[in-house]
Design a protein around this ligand. Structure first.
Ligand code: C2E
Ligand code: MG
Ligand code: MG
Length: 565
């Protein structure tokens, strides 16, 4: 370098030093060609870092500055300095006393006359307060204010990564258990929100201290908690057994007497388990898997525990795909009603039961057992049910115009969700009115399981529809939780004996006995009986001899489109 040139540079440097000294912010000037070593700093920088100028000059900036953020932010700064690209970012400076000083930094390269990077100027502004506020906001966003537990986000962002780092050193694998309180919604409605919240606090307290293997508890949903278990066997079957034992213990812990008497009700819960093996890439996946398993457990009734297995996942995907297709089915006109004859004791057709079929362009024929339960769980049943009811009423209206057919009655299956809709009766009335169907020819089939909650309301709903002439049958009788007490109060006219008993008449003496018992019961209560699933003459004869009033089954005719019956 010539003398004149080095003079010029020295002058330029002095000017820069003056400028940086004048800026009311900590600033460092790091010389690039000595590999990022600091060559001058201003007073503010010394104050902020608590180091003297002498201590700082000559040190590498990376010794006390850490580039914050994830990914390759650090690399970017080094690269930026090397190539002379201006760099913005956040840097954590470690202050002499060990505390952290957050800086928003801009690093600009100063080039020599040949265009080579000579050194860099870093301008740093104190954003420690901002960072503190950010952290506080994050903490708020990560906690459930009711229980003080981490919420879903807290579990995913903080708890799980933290525990994962810990367990990596212990060479252990965790498991997540998601607990869904089965009755909480009802309890909450009955108690009111304040007491409901108190109950949640009690539950969370008890869960946190329930067992030493519970490393953390989070509230991941309105009535869902997630337990992080320290160690569970990696073998799913063993893990399920271990978890089952733990769940039993937790149920005991929750039912332990206390001043909050309703706590006992929370011991009814469904639990789903996901093992956090090496193949679980992200914490939120483990949580989702535990939740899928929990919903699986719920599908199987209350108080169940299920472990997530990959098969469950593909089952769920298949189910979602089916549901997506089903949403289109009505609009695309893919549903069709089949009709199965119901005969009297002379085998004369007195009516039909309509059974829905779904003809899917690629799936082919889908039977109701495959889609009605899903439709019922998702509420899609209202659309399908209305369609079925409308088609059925249209058929009744058509029969009504022909004296030879006007006597035929038509049975329509109605699912639990449909019937529980407070608007159900109005929906039926308006369809009957619009189609001009004779309501006396319409029979609604309900199943026993729908009366467990709100028997009184069900009775009123049935009564309202009966006053309009509509009749009712209790379907699949004998398979539900039959209780004579409610049966005598239900204003239905017909019991349909489930085909599982009918099919084994003559094979299983016990089943014949059940059929006889149902027939006797119906006589006592003054109800008609329809036997379902009759496939042989012997079954028909047996039932007829013992006083059954109507008959249905392949022996008389399979479900089929009406033209072919
Ligand atoms: P369900 O109401 O008990 O209907 C009787 C079922 O027994 C029908 O099955 C029918 O095809 C079958 N079946 C009748 N006779 C015989 C027989 O002799 N042998 C045998 N093995 N089976 C016989 P499907 O059509 O598959 O319907 C299954 C269930 O799906 C129905 O049971 C009903 O609960 C439901 N379902 C059908 N259509 C509808 C609908 O439109 N709405 C609602 N909510 N549910 C429906
Ligand atoms: Mg039926
Ligand atoms: Mg049935």
């Amino acid at each position: 370098m010539t003398e004149a040139r080095s003079d010029a540079l020295a002058r330029a440097e002095r000017r820069v030093a003056e400028v940086t000294g004048a800026i009311d912010a900590p600033a460092i000037v790091a010389e690039w060609n000595t590999d990022g070593r600091i060559r001058s700093v201003n007073d503010r920088f010394c104050v902020a870092t608590q180091y003297s100028r002498e201590e700082l000059i000559g040190r590498h900036f990376e010794e006390f500055a850490m580039v914050a953020g994830t990914g390759d932010a650090g690399q970017n700064l080094a690269e930026a300095i090397r190539s002379g690209v201006t760099w913005h970012g956040e840097v954590q400076l470690t202050v002499r006393d060990g505390s952290i000083f957050w800086a928003g930094a801009t690093v600009v390269a100063v080039r020599d006359f040949d265009g080579e990077v000579e050194y860099c100027i870093g301008l740093w502004s104190d954003i420690t307060e901002l960072k503190r506020a950010e952290a506080a906001a994050h903490r708020l966003a990560c906690f459930d204010p009711v229980t003080g537990l981490p919420n879903r986000q807290g579990l995913i962002d903080d708890v799980l990564p933290h525990l994962a780092a810990e367990s990596a050193t212990r060479d252990a694998s965790e498991a997540l258990v998601v607990i869904g309180l089965d009755n909480f919604r009802e309890i909450n409605d009955a108690l009111g929100y304040e007491q409901g919240d108190e109950l949640l606090r009690q539950v969370s307290q008890r869960l946190t201290t329930a067992h030493p293997d519970i490393a953390a508890v989070a509230r991941t949903g309105e009535h869902e908690f997630c337990l992080v278990l320290n160690e569970l066997s990696a073998e799913p079957a063993l893990a399920e057994a271990e978890a089952e034992v733990l769940m039993r213990m937790i149920r005991r812990v929750l039912t332990r007497a206390d001043n909050v008497s309703e706590l006992g009700a929370t011991s009814e819960f469904s639990a789903g388990i996901a093992l956090c093996g090496a193949e679980v890439e992200a914490p939120h996946l483990a949580l989702e898997r535990a939740e899928i398993a929990m919903h699986r457990a719920k599908d199987h009734g209350m108080n169940q525990t299920r472990v997530f297995l990959p098969e469950i996942h593909s089952e769920m995907v298949a189910r979602l795909e089916l549901l997506a297709d089903l949403r289109q089915a009505v609009r695309r006109d893919e549903l069709q009603l089949f009709f199965q004859p119901i005969v009297d004791d002379t085998a004369f057709v007195s009516g039909y039961e309509c059974l829905v079929r779904w003809f899917h362009p690629t799936r082919g024929l889908v039977m109701p057992d495959q889609f009605i339960p899903i439709a019922d769980q998702t509420g899609l049943i209202h659309v399908i049910g209305d369609w079925v009811m409308r088609r059925a009423c249209e058929q009744i209206a058509v029969w009504g115009t022909d004296p030879a057919l006007a006597h035929l009655s038509l049975s329509v299956n109605v699912s639990a969700r449909q019937f529980k809709d407070p608007n159900f009766a109005n929906r039926v009335f308006s369809i009957v009115r619009q189609t001009g169907a004779d309501p006396h020819r319409l029979r609604i089939e309900l199943t026993e399981s729908m009366f467990h909650v709100d028997l009184e309301e069900s009775v009123q709903r049935i009564d309202g529809l009966r006053r309009a002439g509509i009749r009712f049958a209790l379907d699949d009788f004998g398979t539900g939780y039959s209780s004579l007490a409610y049966l005598s109060r239900l204003p239905v006219q017909q019991l349909k004996i489930d085909r599982s008993f009918v099919g084994r008449i003559g094979e299983e003496p016990g089943d014949a006995a059940i059929v006889l018992m149902i027939l006797g019961l119906a006589r006592t209560l003054g109800l008609q009986t329809v036997a379902e699933g009759i496939e042989t003459e012997a079954q028909f004869d047996f039932l007829r001899e013992h006083g059954c009033s109507s008959f249905q089954g392949y022996y008389f005719g399979r479900p089929a489109p009406l033209q072919a019956t």
